[in-house]
Design a binder for this molecule. Structure first.
Ligand SMILES: Cc1cc2nc3c(=O)[nH]c(=O)nc-3n(C[C@H](O)[C@H](O)[C@H](O)COP(=O)(O)OP(=O)(O)OC[C@H]3O[C@@H](n4cnc5c(N)ncnc54)[C@H](O)[C@@H]3O)c2cc1C
Length: 387
């Protein structure tokens, strides 16, 4: 897409694209086939600056913003959405929360290893009875002296078994549904922390999604982020950035599917005609390309607002809603253009089809994005349109 980028932004995009195509693609093929988590890839991403994109230089990062993260995520996700989700959660949720709400001591202790890719980050909100309804969470955190004691479990946590720093949301006040939640950094190795069920997923085969179990798990009191009771605010503020990251993931997957559709339909002939020369294919290509560019623009706008320090919950939700829907439509049409071979593991479109699905589910389902958007629209109306 022809979009005005600064020289630095263009360089970041090119570095990510070259890395994704030359280094990540071969590793990702095997990792996705065999369900292997490609640990060493994250060290390389760290060397390139992509594991600490928003982290200031004093903590080992490269001090760029959400927009640059989006540019990099698009390229990584076009090649491997498993790597993409790990990188997105790491940067836009873990690093960001530590930077924004962590004490100076926590920042100094954790951010350099996170920014170098030696340590990975995770973000744990979901519980068996608290999915879309975050305020129903029950994992408890009780203060005892210089520690909090955590009891309960989180499910579906991306990278939870590989991470060195996990942002865990827990209930510190059972009497207050939303203001009774607090955020902690849990470091595996804490007594009472273990990994439970490991999910077998439809896609994202080279990422891990696990249960985290807390049994009298002791966490240093100074690993509390912000103050007691700020957890819900932190969770939602983090998710604004997280949703922009998932929107970028969806754009990357959609672009890759469009490219695969065009590539295949130029090569395959039926009725002595290239598939790409049937008018029905051309129309599909036009609609797919237009939707991908619209999704990209919504994602770029949300990222730019976040970088400018402007409120962006509505825009992040719009970007995620539209980009994830687009990714699912585009993978469907691109697979259709392949015919039967699109349904086999020999063609990349089969993986893209499976990987796209989750973008409508995690970091808030599409239904939840619609709730966020409609609430903001109605509030805007009430504020700005006179009776
Ligand atoms: C691969 C993967 C990775 C994940 N990684 C993480 C992670 O790293 N950290 C983490 O905390 N979580 C993670 N999750 C969990 C994910 O965020 C939740 O699955 C998601 O928020 C939805 O919650 P749920 O699955 O409990 O669905 P539910 O909340 O039970 O929803 C079921 C259905 O009901 C709909 N619904 C619910 N409430 C409403 C409503 N008010 N109005 C209309 N419709 C509604 C939903 O949209 C959905 O269609 C991950 C999930 C997956 C699949």
């Amino acid at each position: 897409m022809n979009y005005p980028l600064s020289e630095d932004e263009r360089m970041i995009q090119k570095t990510a694209r070259d890395f994704a195509r030359k280094e990540l693609a071969p590793v990702s093929l095997e990792a996705n086939e065999k369900g292997i988590f490609p640990e060493r890839i994250f060290r390389r991403l760290g060397e390139l600056g992509f594991m600490g994109i928003m982290v200031p230089e004093e903590y080992g990062g490269v001090n760029l913003g959400s927009f640059c993260l989006v540019l990099a995520l698009e390229e990584i996700n076009a090649v491997c959405a498993s790597t993409g989700v790990t990188m997105s959660v790491h940067n836009s949720l873990t690093n960001w929360c530590i930077l924004k709400y962590g004490s100076e001591e926590i920042r100094k202790r954790l951010l350099p290893s996170l920014a170098s890719g030696e340590m990975l980050g995770a973000y744990a909100i979901t519980e068996s009875e608290a999915g879309s309804d975050v305020s129903a969470m029950r994992l408890s955190a009780v203060r005892k002296g210089h520690e909090y004691i955590l009891n309960g479990a989180k499910i579906f946590i991306s990278t939870g078994d590989k991470a060195g720093a996990i942002i865990v949301f827990a209930r510190t006040d059972p009497g207050n549904r939303t203001k009774g939640i607090s955020a902690f950094v849990v470091e595996p190795g804490s007594p009472g922390f273990s990994i439970g069920k490991i999910e077998k997923k439809m896609g994202l085969k080279a990422s891990t999604t696990v249960e985290l179990v807390f049994e009298d798990c002791r966490v240093r009191a100074d690993n509390l982020l912000g103050a007691e009771g700020m957890g819900m605010k932190i969770a939602l503020a983090g998710l604004d950035g997280g949703r922009i990251g998932i929107a970028a993931q969806a754009v990357g997957i959609a672009q890759a599917a469009l490219d695969e559709g065009v590539r295949f339909s130029r090569e395959r002939k039926q009725f002595n005609t290239r598939i790409v020369d049937f008018q029905s294919t051309r129309w599909k290509i036009a609609d797919m390309a237009t939707a991908v560019e619209a999704a990209r623009l919504l994602t770029y706008r949300a990222a730019k607002l976040r970088d400018a320090g402007e409120p962006c919950s509505k825009e992040a939700a719009m970007a995620k809603l539209f980009a994830s829907r687009t990714a699912n439509r585009v993978v469907y049409d691109a697979l259709q253009m392949h015919g039967g071979v699109g349904y086999t593991e020999e063609f990349l479109i089969e993986r893209l089809f499976r990987d796209a699905r989750v973008t409508e589910l995690y970091e808030g389902t599409s239904e939840i994005q619609r709730l966020v958007i409609s609430k903001a629209v109605i509030e805007e109306f009430e504020r700005t349109v006179p009776d």
